[in-house]
Write a protein that binds this ligand. Structure first.
Ligand code: NAD
Length: 433
């Protein structure tokens, strides 16, 4: 393999391309651009135009206005010809049958394949199943470029661990996993990522290990949330307040502080399916992982059933039934509505002839309307029979009980999926998980 030293990048002789400038790709491209020459490529020209104008529609980042420290933002594929390292950060969702949807990854790999040169390195950061980088990406790269892995180019994997909405675990503060097809590339990746993270770099023994590590991190969260979702239903049936159980259990040093709730978004509610599918293709199964997914997917129906039961027992048949959902994003303090469970809940309730209104101070109303057909309101309008606090946005934590009392009546129910209002709501019927 030709020169795999970092100096040619530090001297800005060679460039790094980041493919896909979304929640993960943009922060990485910006951080890399502080040290290297970076081409920030996204196939969405609107995204590129906004970034060129200094605007991140995800509102995660302030774009540095020092042009020398910014990537070259482009939607022109031809710019990729100037790169020697290509980092892929495109979406890896699942389809309606929960099977891996590798459309975006395939497109990105095919684009890179057209420009791949001898000595180049391709790094996948998107979350994938173990084996995907070597068995799906490499053959495509070889076919399109006519080059050969090991002899002409190399491949690496480095999972993204970014946590949007979390200012503590930002890109520079989290250990970066790296893995590569050969020792020289592993060394290059280690040195390269060391330039952007203070926390350090951990070299995995193989690409498959790094791919599996990423899935394991999110599966562990999914399984723990599922356990508490199941226990909350069990305790409710046994007549025990689940919130009080979590508070008591949390006083033990090794109790893991998970909460039950809605597991949506594009990581926790997606990544486990990548592993489930991978093992099923080998004739096996991951039964706990599958069961956890099933339990977490059922939460929307369980909450809807609680709403309907309250409404049926307290409201005469023909009266208007109104529900307010607070929080439309898939998790706290982000505006991302992909796989949002509050949105799914709103739609399910609407299908039962209930008028549902949604409040979310972070989510962009136009974007939500485009993605889901649902609107947003900025303040409660009149009275609701049920108010659901679905997402614990920091902004909601400031609300006092009067906020909820003013938009409900004595017979209304406050459903608190966050547990935030356990000690605050005393003048309304209160249900939590
Ligand atoms: N968002 C997170 O919190 C997070 C955390 C860790 C890992 N990940 C993983 O990172 C990957 C990217 O997720 P994301 O949330 O950043 O996605 P995103 O939807 O925010 O951004 C992806 C970007 O890629 C662009 N894109 C799609 N196909 C492209 C192509 N062929 N060429 C160029 N650009 C293309 C899109 O236009 C979009 O701007 C996924 O595999 C995800 O699972 C995400």
């Amino acid at each position: 393999m030709p020169d795999q030293s970092l100096n040619r990048f530090l001297d800005r002789v060679n460039s790094i391309a980041v493919i896909g400038l979304g929640y993960t790709g943009l922060p990485l491209a910006l951080k890399l651009a502080e040290k290297f020459s970076v081409i920030g490529y996204d196939c969405n020209p609107i995204r590129i135009q906004q970034l060129q104008e200094g605007y991140d529609s995800n509102q995660e980042l302030e774009l540095n206005l020092v042009p020398e420290l910014l990537p070259t933002f482009t939607s022109n594929q031809l710019q990729l010809t100037h790169a020697s390292v290509y980092i892929i950060a495109v979406p890896t969702p699942v389809d309606d049958s929960h099977l891996p949807d590798l459309r975006f990854l395939k497109e990105a790999v095919e684009q890179i394949g057209k420009f791949l040169k001898k000595g180049d390195c391709v790094v996948v950061e998107s979350t994938v199943y173990p084996g995907c980088t070597e068995e799906f990406c490499v053959p495509l790269l070889e076919k399109i470029s006519g080059l050969q892995l090991g002899k002409d180019f190399s491949i690496g994997y480095s999972p993204e661990r970014i946590n949007p909405g979390d200012s503590v675990h930002h890109i520079g503060a989290v250990i970066k996993l790296v893995a590569a097809s050969d020792p020289a590339t592993l060394r290059l990746m280690t040195q390269l990522y060391q330039q952007v993270t203070m926390a350090g770099v951990y070299a995995c023994a193989s690409i498959k290990i790094a791919e599996a590590a990423k899935l394991t991190e999110n599966i562990q969260r999914d399984v723990n949330i599922a356990l508490l979702n199941e226990l909350s239903a069990v305790y409710e049936k046994l007549g025990i307040d689940p919130g009080a159980v979590w508070a008591a259990a949390a006083t033990k040093w090794n109790f893991l502080p998970f909460r039950p709730g809605l597991a949506g978004g594009h990581c926790i509610s997606v990544d486990p399916y990548y592993l489930i599918n991978a093992i099923q293709e080998q004739g096996g199964n991951a039964s706990l992982v599958e069961e956890s997914r099933r339990i977490n997917e059922e939460m929307v129906s369980r909450i809807a059933a609680q709403v309907l039961s309250h409404i049926q027992t307290t409201i005469p048949g023909e009266d208007k039934k109104r529900v307010l959902i607070m929080g439309a994003s898939f998790k706290p303090d982000v505006r991302d509505v992909r796989n949002s469970k509050p949105v799914e809940l709103a739609k399910l309730l609407m299908s039962s002839n209930i008028e549902v209104e949604l409040i979310d101070p972070l989510v962009d109303a136009q974007h939500l309307e485009k993605e889901s057909g649902l609107g947003l309101i900025s303040q409660p309008t009149g009275y609701y029979q049920v108010v659901i606090i679905a997402v614990n946005h920091t902004l909601f934590k400031e609300l006092e009980e009067s906020y909820f009392c003013n938009c409900t009546s004595d017979t209304s129910l406050v459903i608190d999926l966050t547990g935030m209002y356990r000690r605050v709501i005393s003048n309304r019927k209160y249900w939590t998980i």
